[in-house]
Design a protein around this ligand. Structure first.
Ligand code: PLP
Length: 432
């Protein structure tokens, strides 16, 4: 009997009415199939078959305070009792915006949205309106949401060609995307400042913005080469281009001021989501006044019926209050490093070429003989089938990691739990 039997039954039932049995494409790719969960508490989540997992997916990142944090739940409940949405403003929005303005270096003006994808679109609109230019430059392996003008991929199943580094081949991520959106961006490998320079020299007059994840969390969890982000900043200033940091993952994960504080590089516009709201739909586009004032003046239109509902703002406000009060960041970095070191040591013992990379509160694991994974092209050379077997075997032993090898640490994970994961990895790597 499968340990996932009831999930399997529910998936069959769901598939009759929910397209593909799921509500987001990424949820299809669980092991051994999309699973159903019944509850979560702290660092553990439980599926409907009563398998209890030590959770390093944190719901793809948002659950920085773990599952069902009591202070967040209490804030949502008590604030919702007063109402949920007014088609008007409420006082906690100001409190939250004031907090962001104080914590995030680039946040002079702020607008709240529902998720990362829509916040990214808002930033694009501001950048295009301010510069009067249409295109933006983005990087291979970065993810900025699923919407048409940005969800173009470098590789597609069954297609090997990547094209040259100067002109990568780019494929629509999905059927049905507006074909002309392909012409709205230029894509380059990440961490190669010379290539960015050469491209801007030729095409700066068309480019409104450079958008980057400050750490390439979506593939390989690769940190920027020293000087890379600073170099982008200088080039954007030189050519009058907006620098947009997509901090959907790094925001509130590497520190209260996001990666821009961590690396000391201030973008013009940036986008926060995931950890900001502990799993509730709230995001923010923030930026320097000279850019965001276009929204202030209604030159750029940003709207949304559901924006800044009371429970969502309460979720973000309470999450950030806890993060400010407890300052879990030194601990999260230490736990991440402990886990990375333990996994590397277990791999060495069993002669496995497991490579770990990332700052710690988020990091990636892959199997490769490369000493370092420097960009997306390197990630394609890693042993993906071995990674899938590793993750499946960990999952079967109740350690839950994101399918592409990404691990998230929360403020509620403990040293004992980190050691538990290392112990399980040790057994799995011995048998892999
Ligand atoms: N940007 C980054 C860096 C992301 O990782 C994601 C989602 O994973 C997004 C944008 C899109 O955010 P959402 O899924 O909330 O629309």
């Amino acid at each position: 009997m499968s340990r996932y039997q009831y999930s399997r039954q529910l998936l069959d039932r769901a598939a009759k009415v929910l397209a593909g049995g799921v509500s987001s494409e990424f949820r299809k790719y669980n092991h051994p199939h999309a699973l159903f969960y019944s509850h979560g508490k702290g660092s553990r989540v439980v599926d409907v078959d009563n398998n209890v997992y030590l959770d390093f997916t944190l719901s793809q990142g948002p659950l920085i305070l773990g599952h069902s944090h009591p202070e967040v739940l209490h804030a949502i409940q008590s604030y919702s009792e007063q109402g949920q949405l007014y088609a008007g403003q409420h006082i906690q929005e100001i409190e939250l915006a004031e907090k962001l303005a104080r914590l995030i270096p680039s946040a002079e003006l702020i607008r709240f949205c529902l998720d990362g994808s829509t916040a990214v679109q808002t930033a694009f609109r501001v950048a295009r309106a301010k510069t009067g230019k249409q295109k933006f430059l983005r990087f291979e392996g970065h993810y900025h949401g699923w919407l048409d003008d940005v969800a173009w991929g470098i590789s597609t199943p069954g297609v090997e060609a990547l094209g040259s580094r100067e002109e990568p081949e780019v494929f629509p991520w999905s059927a049905g995307m507006a074909a002309n959106t392909r012409n709205e961006f230029i894509v380059l490998p990440w961490n190669d400042l010379d290539l960015v320079k050469q491209t801007l020299e030729k095409q700066y007059h068309e480019i409104a913005a450079i958008i980057t994840e400050p750490v390439m969390c979506n593939n390989g969890c690769i940190e920027p080469e020293p000087g890379f982000l600073q170099g982008l900043r200088t080039l954007c200033d030189q050519y009058g281009i907006a620098l947009i940091f997509d901090e959907v993952i790094t925001g509130f994960r590497v520190g209260l001021g996001g990666a821009q504080s961590y690396f000391g590089v201030t973008p013009d516009l940036s986008v926060f989501a995931k950890a900001m709201g502990s799993g509730y739909p709230v995001s923010a586009v923030v930026g320097r006044r000279e850019w965001m004032e276009l929204i202030e003046q209604s030159v750029v239109i940003h709207a949304g019926t559901m924006n800044s509902s009371c429970p969502m703002i309460a979720a973000a406000l309470s999450t950030i209050r806890v993060l400010e009060r407890d300052n879990p960041y030194p601990r999260m970095f230490a736990l991440g490093k402990r886990l990375m070191t333990g996994l590397a040591e277990a791999a060495r013992q069993h002669n496995q070429n497991l490579l770990l990379s990332g700052p710690g509160p988020v990091f990636s694991s892959c199997f490769t003989d490369l000493e370092k994974v420097r960009d997306y092209r390197d990630t394609l050379k890693t042993d993906k089938p071995r990674l899938s077997r590793f993750i499946a075997a960990m999952h079967d032993r109740n350690i839950r990691i994101i399918g592409r090898g990404l691990w998230y640490i929360s403020a509620v994970h403990t040293e004992e739990e980190i050691d538990e994961a290392i112990q399980v990895a040790n057994e799995v790597l011995a048998a892999l």
